[in-house]
Design a protein around this ligand. Structure first.
Ligand SMILES: [Zn+2]
Length: 139
């Protein structure tokens, strides 16, 4: 395996993140589907709130976000690009702050938020999501 310098690695992560329907998201979706769960994709759970979840369980009011390790600062894989370090640091901190704000706003509106890292095992993540969904439709 050739090693990548930081900028090249950053570019690859960016190109991956920009696309909807990333591989981790697809893997999670198919695992959820196999569990018999049905959901909608890329919806704004709360009307008037400009935050879009990746996977939405309407009746259960569960919003799932599949977070890229780089963009959302996963504690295991977070990295700091060397060039434009200050800009990146501010950008990534703003992403994390927005995530927490989204969590809070959805909770206030009565939604449960489940965040899944892109590095997580999709089967285990689907089990986690299923548990939350079932707990919210059983009563
Ligand atoms: Zn990660």
């Amino acid at each position: 395996m050739p090693t990548l310098d930081t900028d090249e690695a950053t570019r690859l992560r960016m190109s991956r993140q920009r696309s909807r329907d990333t591989d981790p998201e697809r893997a999670l979706r198919s695992s959820l589907h196999r569990r018999g769960l049905r959901y909608r994709l890329h919806r704004r759970p709360v009307p008037g709130l400009r935050r879009q979840a990746d996977i939405v369980f309407g009746p259960a009011r569960v919003a799932v976000f599949v977070d890229g390790c780089f963009w959302h600062c996963c504690p295991e894989h977070t990295t700091s690009p060397k060039s434009n370090a200050a800009w990146w640091s501010a950008k990534l901190a703003a992403n994390v702050a927005r995530d927490r704000d989204t969590d809070e706003q959805l909770a206030v509106a009565g939604w449960a938020v489940v965040r899944v890292w892109e590095h997580e095992d999709p089967v285990a993540a689907a089990a986690r999501v299923a548990q939350v969904v079932r707990s919210r439709i059983s009563h």
